[in-house]
Ligand binder design. Structure first.
Ligand code: NIG
Ligand code: FE
Length: 413
């Protein structure tokens, strides 16, 4: 940090340094405890971090001052649940679903996740990066600065590793993005283990987690009637914790397996989907501080009818996050703003709750709350600048081009 120049020395000292950039003439939604609105705000950025957020006083000790003409600034959006690295696509399967086949029917017949496993095994790492990069770039154009990416379409050590490496390379998207990687080996039973469930769970716990732990920030599992039982999930979680990794869970998406309560016992960062969440699950999550990640685009795309218990989550004080669940089977969606809209229209969140769900609460769901998710001094300067006149517009428009620019770790394109 550079010393403050003489002509600023008498001004309000803002982190005692010269900023690299001052954003002025803007409205800020800091997302601290709600929208946290500051009108006619100044945001100072130094060394890639937020150095000041507050009212304008006419003195911005910055090398560069950018006038935003009343634009809105929010924390960069955080998509905290995606499966966006995968081979191929599943539009053909979706056509079958339109003709009456269910997601579970297709999965049981060897389609669904397993058809993406075949395509992902066949793809090179470069091919996976190239296809996923298009999706991450689309998200970045909607203000995303942090994205979580799960493995889980490899289901063998080499392909799971290839997926996690590919996910890491997405940080090079134009303008940059932070990628949080999650190992999801327990996503489906691979064909070579179809008669040996225990053998596959052994492989996940004893070979994959130890080998892949350095490439992953967390471990996830799909606890469901068509995937892994609570007992199998528990073994995976115990292995994850033994290797120092936090856990999260696909829980209660299609049926109530008691997954949320199990996740809470392991102090999970989040339990995700939750359409069939029970009262016991809610109580356990509240006690453990586990974030509820809701995925309204998957709900819409599967034409589910049972909604997650939003009013009960609210009453229990559980932080709710919203994500795209971008994946080829249940949510072919690279649009975080669409997820915000659907969180409001389908799940009855307020626009403020939805935006908290893709900023402050999403950071908690990834264990990144000290680094990003709000506009607060000391956090990474991850910002989205929007061409809107009212903050609720972020959840209101469908398919509009709202982003003016994006700043990641203090840098913009
Ligand atoms: O989050 N629920 C499990 N996994 C994904 C679906 C993956 C797929 O169908 O390819 C989900 O919905
Ligand atoms: Fe998912």
């Amino acid at each position: 940090m550079t010393k403050i120049p003489a002509h600023f020395a008498g001004s309000k000292v803002k982190l005692g340094c010269m900023w690299d950039l001052a954003l002025v003439d803007c409205n800020a939604a800091t997302m601290v405890g709600g929208y946290g609105i500051l009108r006619d705000a100044v945001i100072g950025i130094a060394d890639g971090r937020i150095a000041f957020v507050g009212a304008r006083d006419g003195l911005e000790p910055a090398r560069e001052t950018r006038h935003l003409h009343g634009a809105w600034v929010t924390p960069g959006l955080i998509d905290c649940h995606t499966h966006l690295v995968f081979g191929g696509q599943r539009a053909g399967e979706w056509e079958m679903r339109r003709q009456g086949k269910s997601y579970e029917d297709i999965a049981r017949a060897g389609g669904g996740i397993l058809s993406t496993v075949r395509a992902t095994r066949a793809a090179s790492e470069d091919e996976l990066v190239a296809s996923a990069m298009r999706r991450v770039a689309a998200m970045a154009r909607q203000g995303v600065t942090t994205v979580e990416v799960k493995s889980g379409y490899g289901l063998d050590l080499a392909t799971e590793e290839k997926m996690l490496r590919a996910a890491g390379r997405l940080e090079c998207v134009p303008g940059g993005v932070r990628v949080s990687r999650t190992f999801l080996g327990a996503h489906a039973l691979p064909p070579e283990f179809k008669d040996d469930r225990e053998g596959y769970v052994d492989l996940v716990c004893n070979a994959m987690i130890p080998k892949l732990a350095p490439l992953a920030d967390a471990v996830d599992a799909f606890c469901e009637s068509i995937a892994f039982t609570p007992e199998e999930t528990e073994r995976v979680f115990a292995a994850a914790r033994a290797h120092g990794l936090r856990v999260k869970l696909h829980a209660e998406q299609l049926t109530d397996q008691g997954g949320a309560a199990l996740a809470a016992r392991f102090l999970a960062l989040s339990a995700d989907h939750l359409e069939h969440l029970s009262e016991d699950g809610i109580a356990a999550m509240a006690k453990a501080g586990t974030v509820a990640v809701l995925l309204p685009i998957a709900f819409y795309f599967l034409r589910e009818t049972r909604k997650p218990p939003v009013a009960a989550l609210r009453a229990a004080g559980i932080p709710v996050a919203i994500a795209t669940d971008c994946n080829p089977g249940t949510s072919p969606a690279a649009s975080p703003l669409m997820a915000l809209n659907m969180a409001c229209t389908l799940f009855d969140l307020t626009p403020e709750e939805a935006l908290l769900g893709m900023t402050a609460h999403a950071a908690y769901a990834l264990g990144l709350e000290d680094e990003t998710g709000t506009l607060e001094v000391g956090k990474s300067a991850d910002l989205a600048i929007w061409d809107i006149s009212e903050i609720a517009e972020l959840a209101y428009w469908i398919g509009a081009d709202l982003l003016k620019s994006r700043i990641f770790q203090g840098r913009s394109l």
